[in-house]
Design a protein around this ligand. Structure first.
Ligand SMILES: [Zn+2]
Ligand SMILES: [Zn+2]
Ligand SMILES: [Zn+2]
Length: 164
């Protein structure tokens, strides 16, 4: 096995079935991090591998139920198999904010434009260029503030729903 794959099985929590994967019985494995990679497609890596550190995490417990993560604005995950332990952890992690809500497309665009403006100014740091960059960055910042004021950029909590 790849040595950088770390075990994240929450075996100390109740109702987590770690045994029973052998014997030729097909069991659905818990895959909590599959959800996070799913979200990566929606938004530039907020929940990507960097978020989890340099290691691959996996859970060896049996999945007990399938969950869908939704936010108030109707963003949905595709459905993730999870053990009771990981479902518990996700429900507790109040910091679960919907990435597409806090980073809508226009916000990602503005961040990219700010980055490009800064890089341009650094490659040719004449006074005129720096001055222009300064004005441009303030315009972009104002637009960002407006997105927040209008509630387009907002923090939406993710809720777990069991799929029956
Ligand atoms: Zn939202
Ligand atoms: Zn698990
Ligand atoms: Zn959302």
């Amino acid at each position: 096995m790849n040595p950088s794959v770390l075990d994240n099985t929450p075996w100390w929590l109740p109702d987590v079935t770690v045994a029973g994967a052998g014997g030729g019985v097909l069991v659905q494995r818990c895959d909590p991090f599959g959800y996070e990679s799913e979200m990566t497609g929606l938004e530039g890596g907020f929940y990507g591998p960097a978020h989890l550190g340099e290691h691959m995490w996996h859970c060896t417990a049996r999945a007990d139920a399938r969950y869908r993560m939704t936010c108030r604005c109707g963003h949905k995950g595709h459905g993730t198999w999870m053990c009771n332990g990981h479902a518990y952890m996700f429900a507790r992690r109040m910091a679960n904010i919907c990435p597409p809500c806090v980073h809508p497309p226009r916000e990602i665009e503005i961040q990219a434009q700010m980055e490009a403006t800064r890089n341009q100014a650094y490659t040719m740091p004449t006074l005129a260029n720096l001055d222009a960059a300064h004005t441009r960055l303030w315009d972009l910042q104002r637009e960002l503030n407006e997105l927040v004021d209008r509630g387009i950029v907002h923090r939406c909590p993710i809720t777990l729903q069991e799929i029956s």
